[in-house]
Design a protein. Structure first.
Length: 150
């Protein structure tokens, strides 16, 4: 008989996001994660499939929460200049509130690309709704964009 999960996965993903954001993927060990989340290694693997799965969940959580306001500006903005201004202003607000932390998606791209296809897809799809629906300019393919990237 399978045991029921004894922790809040959404809260765990939020705490993992904070840890990955502060330390980066490579510098964050499974042990760091289990200690921060207050769960056993078996529970981490059962819930997320491992460190990579938890990292992808953390990036998605970032996109759906902290990056959502900035991405919304791209879909609602009447012109590119206003949308970019809003995006940058929102990014600065988050950085100021979080002691100067940069954008987690940019950090992920710098640390994990080009070798990590899953992170590449997550960062590439940051402008899309969960399930793949386009959110606006951030997710549109345009001239010169590589449509072959996974």
């Amino acid at each position: 008989m399978a045991r029921t999960r004894e922790f809040d996965t959404e809260a765990a993903v939020g705490r993992a996001m904070e840890l990955f954001w502060a330390r980066g993927y490579e510098a964050t060990s499974v042990r760091d994660l289990t200690q921060r989340l207050g769960i056993g290694q078996g529970s981490l693997y059962a819930a997320f499939g491992g460190k990579d799965g938890l990292y992808r969940a953390a990036l998605e959580h970032y996109r759906a929460t902290l990056a959502a306001d900035a991405l919304r500006a791209l879909e609602e903005g009447a012109d590119a200049r206003a949308a970019i201004r809003t995006l940058l202003t929102e990014r600065i607000r988050v950085a100021v509130e979080r002691g100067g932390q940069g954008c987690l998606a940019v950090n992920a791209a710098c640390e994990r690309l080009p070798q990590d296809a899953a992170t590449r897809r997550t960062v590439r799809d940051a402008g899309r709704e969960p399930g793949g629906a386009d959110r606006g300019a951030a997710g549109r393919e345009g001239p010169g964009r590589d449509r072959r990237a996974p």
